[in-house]
Design a protein around this ligand. Sequence first.
Ligand SMILES: *Cc1c(COP(=O)(O)O)cnc(C)c1O
Length: 364
Amino acid sequence: MNPDAEFQNLIRPHLLNMKPYGYIAPLEVVSEDGGFPAGRLIKLDGNENPYGCSPRVRKALSEYPYYHIYPDSEQRELRKALQEYAGVPAEQIVVGSGSDELIDFVMRLFVNPGDRVVNCVPTFGVYQFSTESYGGQVVSVPRDGAFAIEVSAVKEAARAGAKVVFIASPNNPSGNTTSIEDVLEVLGSQVIVVVDEAYYEFCGQTVIPLVAGHPNLIVLRTFSKWAGLAGLRVGYGIFPRKFAERLFRVKPPYNVNAAAQIAAIESLKDLDYLRQTIRAIVSERQRLGTELAQTGLLQPWPSQANFVLCSVLEGQAARIHRELRQRGILVRYFDTPLLRDCLRISVGKPEHTDALVAALSGIC
Ligand SMILES: *Cc1c(COP(=O)(O)O)cnc(C)c1O
């Protein structure tokens, strides 16, 4: 027997057929493939903040003297700052290496192999990815024609023995929110409901006030989108007290590195600056939608986030994606049945919208 194969048998079986997460290619790779200098690429595929992080973050990181010391495992200073920002006691806040890690923590707390997790599709891919990596079983409940969750179908799936329901609001990639009434309805089923508010700052709607009265509600947030910290990996979760306490006993001790903690703290000290960039993005979102509709090539969906999902003529999404890429413009294409005729375009600076619209007029 091939000795390699022998030890392969030791890998946990549920991992063998798992589909890898379709992450976006790093800038250097796209730049090399397309022959564009990285600085000239227009990156509208990752919902990142085109204005970058706060200048306070850069300064604080360059001056920090203690990179050789382990970071605070309990993230005290950051959680104190978040207590004020999010309006919940620090004891209920847990910080992660991106909210992706919080999704993993939810699995760690609740999902045994075989347990069911409800996913309102199309939605953010990490819910499925994380569920499968813990051997859980994903129950996909399709959204309706306008991407709203089907509350009665979600409740039915929850009652049929699911442990966790994920609801992204605003949803990625559709950009629409789920109403507080709908979240309340789902909370009435005896399951853990995770509301992922990764794009909260672009819409202002939150269910955080509900956490106090609902011992089965978890809310996730991130610094990746609004605060321009995607590369540093910092997100947080608001948990019912008992879950937060448990999580601090089972999470990896130094899960959020020192640079990420400093960057998040400095961001929260520079809200005036960051809110200015959020306002610029929200107003550009409006213009981007209008301009894209006028091309006749794309039909934008209304968005409460920092991206716009667009329907395109049947069978054209892959081609438009490819041709834009050849022109140095990156947008997100999903090769999945529910999104085959869609492209997701992040809101950039006004000049990025102009370049995109000009490129589209050359494509038809
Ligand atoms: C981008 C995104 C995240 C991940 O954020 P990180 O903090 O960068 O891990 C989580 N949820 C949704 C819905 C997202 O779109």
